[in-house]
Design a protein around this ligand. Structure first.
Ligand SMILES: C[S@@+](CC[C@H](N)C(=O)[O-])C[C@H]1O[C@@H](n2cnc3c(N)ncnc32)[C@H](O)[C@@H]1O
Length: 218
């Protein structure tokens, strides 16, 4: 089955609060996002946003410029229906595949790239390289990257798909030497079924003024 169809089916089959990654309270992400001290008009991208509550919380906190990208149109439609967008805020919903980027390649520069539980689904090296290429292309000089992925002790499969596990160090190696690791912590998320899912949460900054090197893709 095509990967897009897989995710469409997942979001059609179950209420979102029964999905194995649903969280009412995205406070682990918010803890790292707040550390960036972005202006409220900073451009925040949530890649593979699904129907996550992160956008709801960011809008409640006063952030006004969000881009929400997912491969699943069903997930985006669910989110669109639920989100209360205050006057003056701009929220863009983009259906795209990060491994074959079209619209996402051309979005304006990003102050903060957020990913919870998306990169770890990319097990193919070509797909990982493309993800990194888009990230390097769109995150501004001095911008931030927050990635939460299954840790080395974490699950080896999710949603019936294989995953690649990470540590803060392997994520740092993945991003390359134009990014500096600012903070990381282990975090155990509990699925609606009660099963523990160990993650690693990381925050990086693109080192201001640092030239790209052969260690980066683009
Ligand atoms: C485990 S869910 C996490 C959703 C959300 N980030 C959250 O924390 O609730 C993974 C999400 O990544 C999306 N996704 C998977 N592969 C993708 C790809 N190649 N490009 C864009 N989104 C993708 C899926 O549709 C799904 O919404």
């Amino acid at each position: 089955m095509e990967i897009k169809e897989h995710w469409e089916k997942v979001y059609r089959q179950k209420p979102i609060d029964q999905l194995g990654w649903w969280e009412e309270d995205p406070s682990a992400s918010l803890q790292l996002i707040q550390r960036c001290e972005l202006p409220l008009q900073g451009h925040i991208l949530d890649i593979g946003c699904g129907a996550s509550t992160l956008a709801d919380r960011l809008l409640e906190m006063g952030y006004t410029r969000l881009t929400l990208v997912d491969i699943s149109q069903t997930a985006l439609d669910t989110l669109k229906k639920r989100l209360v967008i205050p006057e003056g805020a701009t929220v863009k919903f983009i259906q795209d595949d990060i491994t074959q980027p079209e619209a996402v390649w051309n979005i304006p520069e990003i102050d903060l790239w957020h990913d919870r539980a998306v990169l770890h689904f990319l097990v193919d090296e070509t797909d990982r390289q493309m993800y990194r290429k888009v990230l390097h292309h769109r995150v501004r000089d001095g911008g931030y990257v927050c990635i939460a992925a299954f840790s080395l002790e974490g699950a080896k499969k999710c949603s019936g798909l294989p995953v690649k596990n990470y540590s803060a160090q392997t994520l740092a190696e993945f991003l390359g030497n134009t990014f500096r690791l600012l903070e990381w912590f282990p975090y155990v998320y509990y699925q609606p079924s009660g099963n523990p899912r160990p993650y690693v949460y990381t925050l990086f900054q693109r080192i201001p003024g640092k030239q790209k090197t052969e260690n980066t893709v683009d």
